[in-house]
Design a protein around this ligand. Structure first.
Ligand code: G
Ligand code: G
Ligand code: MN
Ligand code: NA
Length: 254
């Protein structure tokens, strides 16, 4: 219970900040976007990993105000980078199952866009497979409404839930993010290679982009490239980093 109070205080006292992890094109190595990841710097406990507070935030509903802050901050940051002269990037924001079910999500996204002035097509919302498969008709309605704002949608942690392939066909998503558990043991694990190949082939037929998450080694990146995976994310490519570090990297790339 003490944790709930601490989480509330963290929101009020703005103890959160965002880091941004690069998303690259495998072919060129160029950064095309970043994923925003929330970080909690607790006044006495130091850095609290998201895995230690996102679940509690979900249970208590506090994720809604945290998520609202994340959306506003990420959109504002994307605009700030532009004002520094960086080329336009996609900014991806995680939306948890609870946030996805809340009626206020659409308004929260719309407000983040209008307050920041970010062009909607630059924002991508990462939805989890389990959140959208829970109630497909409702999910479809919500996703179409979000698309109506002009933002893009991605399915995060893809392969860990049970996507009905027929539902996938109807979802207005642009990108699948292959869960890092399938990438971890590539190129050693033949099953993981087969699963990744199946996702790539299905995505191609459905006209979806695919990004491999959790790429940590050159061998993984080389294998993914050979398999036709066009996008990657992971510690090899870049750790989640401050806005300043992202700006420096992009300036170096330009
Ligand atoms: O950053 P890290 O890999 O430790 O994140 C752990 C988990 O927390 C991941 O599942 C990630 O999606 C989730 N997470 C990180 N930032 C956010 C956020 O801003 N909102 C939500 N809902 N989840 C987040
Ligand atoms: O669930 P989601 O995909 O949003 O989780 C993102 C989390 O994955 C972030 O917390 C980020 O720190 C973590 N992450 C990103 N790249 C890697 C990687 O190469 N290896 C591992 N183990 N974790 C990663
Ligand atoms: Mn994610
Ligand atoms: Na993921």
């Amino acid at each position: 219970l003490r944790n709930i109070e601490e989480l509330r205080r963290a929101i009020d006292e703005q103890q959160f900040h965002l880091e941004y992890q690069p998303l690259i094109s495998v072919e060129t190595g160029r950064v095309f976007g970043v994923e925003a990841l929330v970080r909690w710097n607790h006044p006495t406990r130091g850095r609290v990993p998201p895995a230690d507070f996102i679940p509690l935030a979900e249970e208590t509903g506090l994720i809604v105000s945290i998520g609202d802050w994340v959306l506003r901050t990420a959109c504002a940051q994307a605009v700030a980078w532009g004002e520094e002269g960086l080329r336009p990037l996609t900014v991806a924001v995680n939306v948890s199952a609870r946030q996805f079910r809340e009626k206020g999500l659409h308004a929260s996204v719309a407000a983040a866009l209008s307050k920041s002035g970010l062009s909607p097509e630059r924002l991508e919302l990462e939805l989890t497979e389990s959140a959208i498969m829970e109630d497909v008709p409702t999910a479809l309605f919500t996703m179409n409404a979000l698309r109506g704002l002009g933002v893009h949608l991605a399915i995060d942690d893809f392969g860990t839930g049970y996507s009905s392939l027929s539902a996938l066909k109807h979802f207005p998503v642009r990108r699948l993010k292959i869960d890092r558990s399938f990438i971890r043991d590539i190129p050693r694990d033949q099953d993981d290679i087969a699963i990744t190949a199946a996702i790539l082939s299905m995505a191609q037929k459905l006209n979806l982009q695919v990004i491999a998450e959790g790429v940590e080694t050159e061998e993984q990146l080389a294998m993914l490239k050979e398999m036709g995976c066009k996008e990657a994310q992971g510690f090899l490519i870049g750790r989640p980093a401050s806005p300043q570090a992202v700006a420096e990297r992009l300036q170096g790339e330009a």
